[in-house]
Ligand binder design. Sequence first.
Ligand code: GTR
Length: 328
Amino acid sequence: MYFTKTKTALVAATALCGLLAGAAQAETWRAWAIHPEDYPNVVAMQQFADEVTEKTEGRIEPTVYANGVLGAQPDAIEQVRAGAIAVGNFNMGPMGEIVPATNVLSLPFIFRDVDHMHKAMDGEIGQRFSDALSGEGLVALSWFDSGSRSFYNTKHPIETPADMDGMKFRVMSNDLYVQMVDQLGGNATPMAYGEVYQSLKTGVIDGAENNYPSFESSNHYEVAKYYSITNHLIIPECICVSTKVWDKVSDEDKAIVTAAAVSAAETQRELWAEREGASKQKVIDSGVAVNEVTDPAAFQAAMEPVYAKFIESNPDLEGLIRDIQAIK
Ligand code: GTR
């Protein structure tokens, strides 16, 4: 409430200043977000939007559209590239179909843990991904956490890959995930995030995979009562601005927007850590059976053909894979 009033006052004051100074019209930016308003990423995107509005004195005014109302993720990425949506909080999973180098981040078990991912993305390797994105019309301003993903399903606990035999799993839109599930013995169905709940409920699919906060906030945990901890994917997310939009921004405002994105990522990472714990508790309290897989090495070993095929078709990316693996 307080915030709404403050924002309204700010917008009104900004509009008045603009009129008095005969300034150019404010740039309104639509910001895409897939999660609900209270999800760490969306809270951080809102902080980003507020800071940009305030520090640019309303020259740029982003509005966050949560819950994926501006469209499914792969479409939204295209919309941002086209400049129709200005900015989004994107996961690097669906990004792989557009920016091949980011597929490296979708190789199962590429990161040992979240710390390893941070070391890579916050350093020179993160810069290499930013460069690849900028070649495809996207400016990555900062990196968000997205925990690690594990499989959940409506049938029974998964202890070994054999337990996935014949089960149908929803995956994000990226052929690497189809290969991943195939190699584990399941059947993969790429599907929009927003369709998963109903598909689990009606038995169109038997399971899916995600981190604790998404498993919980999407309510998938209400229908999929088995969550088996494989930690097979650790995929960072970005705040990515459209190059088409970015090119029109003054250097002064670029610095403001970048700083706002960096501080939003700091907030997101803090909120993420809290939310992971809270979501885990909620999932367990609701009666979901959570198990650590008995043989993680079997899941990792099953990925060898996925890596081999990937390197064969992307020999130029082998160095990047090796550089990530070499990080201590
Ligand atoms: C979430 C991620 C979303 C989306 C979703 C999915 O963890 O934050 O951007 O990729 O997973 O599975 O589609």
